[in-house]
Every structure is written in C-alpha cells, then in structure tokens.
Design a protein around this ligand. Structure first.
Ligand SMILES: Nc1ncnc2c1ncn2[C@@H]1O[C@H](COP(=O)(O)OP(=O)(O)OP(=O)(O)O)[C@@H](O)[C@H]1O
Ligand SMILES: Nc1ccn([C@@H]2O[C@H](COP(=O)(O)O)[C@@H](O)[C@H]2O)c(=O)n1
Ligand SMILES: [Mg+2]
Length: 204
C-alpha cells in the first residue's frame, strides 16, 4: 500500500513493474460508461476505475484539493491532470489487477498529454519501450437529448446532475473531449459503440 509521501517517480516505478493494460472508456455525460463498465468487468476481468468517482471520493475525503475539485465539478470543468493522474495511479497500484478500464479519462488534450508523459516515464525503464497508447478506446456514442434524459433521471445525489451544470458538461465534452476521441480515431484505436440502445442491448 502506498503512503501520502510517495513521490511521482516511486509510483511510476511500481506501476511499471505491473505492466498494466489500459482501455480508455469515453463518451458524453450520461452515455452509460459506468453502467456498461460494470458489465465488462463481470465478463472480461478488468478493474473499473472511474476518474469522476475517484475525484468525488478525494473531494469527500477532506483533502487539501477538496474545495478546488468541488468548484471545478460544479462548473463541469476538467480538474488539472496532475491531481487526476495521481488518483488513477494510486488506485491502479492498490488493485491486485493489471487490466484497467479507465472511465472518463483522458477528458481533454491536457489529460492525454499528461498520461503520455507518465507512461513514457514508466516505459523508460524497459528496453522494449514501444507503446505509449492504450490497448484501445471504447467510445460510447449517444445523442445529447438521451444523455440529458438519463442524467436527469439518475437520482444518485450527484451535485453536478442539474440542468445548468449538465449543459456546461455537454459543452466541455464537445469542445475538449471529442478532440481526444478524434486523436485516437486517427491512430485506429477507437471502437465506437451505439450507446443509445437499452442497457442490455448495447453491443460490447
Ligand atoms: N442504455 C441505457 N439506457 C437507458 N438508461 C441507461 C442506459 N445506460 C445507462 N443508463 C442510465 O443512465 C444514467 C447514466 O448512466 P451512467 O452513470 O452509466 O453514465 P455515465 O456515462 O457514467 O455518466 P457520467 O459521465 O455522468 O458519469 C444512469 O441512471 C443509468 O442507469
Ligand atoms: N478526467 C476527468 C474526469 C472527470 N472530471 C470531473 O468530474 C466530473 C464528473 O465526471 P464523470 O465522469 O463522473 O461524469 C466532470 O464533469 C469533471 O468536472 C475531471 O475533471 N477530469
Ligand atoms: Mg460515470
């Protein structure tokens, strides 16, 4: 188990030893990422890590970043990558698994570039360092009206599930997250999924 004093390099060294396999799970707010990840976990043995859930837990833990995270989330903005990546790395290390579904990350170009920098650091320990990319990217494509309907019916007590913040989150998705999906499309990494279907019919 890591301690609060672990340096970034310690964490990267320990992660490198794991040789983790990573699948990114992207899609608009309410497209069903979390719901479908639960199904993938049951069938394919991945560990599901939701960046949003990790940030919510960090906010609720009373950490020094708590207020900043809360303010960013209430505005639908993307928290600085340094914070989110640390939480993801810690969760990956604490997991006994080496296969991860990373849900809701990378959410913008800054997230993506920071992820690549961290993976480069990990891979620099190996002579066969070749890949700084995820295995693949699942893109849950769903019309905005349906995503809005789902979020407004979610009832999980999320402070950002109100119409004002939902609209801001949609704008951030279009302006900042879609370009990341396009980037991975250009690399042939994206598997696009019709997420508008009923839960049991979404093809995985
Ligand atoms: N295919 C579906 N059809 C109808 N409702 C769905 C479907 N998938 C998920 N839902 C419901 O929609 C809501 C949002 O789903 P979920 O939390 O999985 O989305 P998400 O992509 O993780 O959203 P966010 O980015 O806001 O975390 C939940 O209440 C869930 O039960
Ligand atoms: N990489 C990320 C992921 C999420 N956030 C913040 O959390 C909010 C909720 O995310 P969900 O995936 O649970 O919908 C999101 O609106 C962001 O404020 C982030 O900053 N960076
Ligand atoms: Mg989710």
């Amino acid at each position: 188990m890591g301690t609060a004093n672990d340096s970034s390099k310690d964490i990267s060294d320990r992660l490198a030893e794991k040789h983790p396999k990573v699948v990114f799970v992207l899609g608009g707010p309410g497209s069903g990422k979390g719901t479908q990840c639960e199904k993938i976990v049951q069938h394919f043995g991945y560990t599901h890590l939701s960046a949003g859930d990790l940030l919510r837990a960090e906010k609720n833990s009373g950490s020094e970043n708590g207020i900043m995270i809360q303010n960013m989330m209430n505005e639908g903005k993307i928290v600085p990558s340094e914070v989110t990546i640390k939480l993801l790395q810690k969760a990956m290390l604490e997991s006994g698994n080496d296969k991860f579904l990373i849900d809701g990350f990378p959410r913008n170009e800054e997230n993506r570039a920071a992820f690549e920098a961290v993976v480069r650091l990990c891979l620099s320990h190996f002579f066969d360092a070749a890949k700084i990319e995820p295995e693949f990217v699942l893109y849950f494509n769903c019309p905005e009206k349906e995503m809005e309907r789902r979020i407004l019916n979610r009832n999980q007590g999320r402070e950002d599930d109100n119409i004002e913040t939902i609209r801001k989150r949609f704008k951030v998705f279009l302006e900042s997250s879609l370009p990341v999906i396009e980037y991975y499309k250009g690399k042939g990494k994206v598997r696009e999924i019709d997420a508008a279907k009923p839960v049991e019919e979404v093809p995985l």
